[in-house]
Write a protein that binds this ligand. Structure first.
Ligand SMILES: [Zn+2]
Length: 177
């Protein structure tokens, strides 16, 4: 089976893609267990000098609600993992098989910003391969982050934020359960 049959796209995708694709459903909420949020925090803390990354399996509900049910950490094979991430292709395919074999769908992708910014970067938007899913970014709490937005969840000194990349970064409310 080739990669395209698994439903994931090339990393080479640009803004125009979003502008012409009208089939992408806007996601309003990501329901995710605290256990998984803690897991994401733990992964980011284990690698304080490089971006961690992976996939999230789950289900798409009605009214733009997405339910996360499994986290799949994947090795970051970017040339400069300090400031970028690229999913190891073999592990990515394996994770997608596991997601499908459990009767789940790919609902999210995550990565960390160990050195900020505390929001999606310009290249996150530009290189986004999954505009139909939630993008979770884990970043350290900044001192000036006084008010947490509904799309952010704090675990001790780390924040997990959720967005959907649809031309712009659309905030997705995080519902921890
Ligand atoms: Zn990023």
């Amino acid at each position: 089976m080739v990669a395209s049959e698994l439903g994931f796209s090339s990393h080479v995708m640009n803004y125009q893609y979003f502008n012409i694709d009208r089939n992408i459903k806007i996601i309003h909420q990501l329901h995710i267990a605290r256990l998984h949020l803690y897991h994401l925090r733990q992964l980011a803390e284990e690698y304080p000098t490089q971006e961690i990354c992976g996939l999230i399996g789950g289900t798409f509900g009605n009214d733009g609600i997405v339910f996360a049910s499994a986290i799949y950490p994947i090795q970051n094979v970017a040339k400069n993992p300090k400031v970028a991430f690229r999913l190891d292709e073999r592990q990515q395919i394996k994770a997608l098989y596991e997601i499908m074999s459990m009767g789940l769908e790919l609902v999210g992708i995550f990565h960390s910003h160990p050195f900020g910014p505390s929001r999606p970067s310009e290249s996150d938007l530009r290189l986004c391969a999954y505009p139909q899913v939630v993008n979770c970014i884990i970043f350290p709490l900044q001192e000036d982050d006084v008010l947490l937005m509904p799309n952010c969840y704090q675990v001790e000194k780390m924040i997990i934020g959720a967005w959907q990349f649809v031309g712009t970064a659309h905030p997705v409310t995080l519902v921890a359960c």
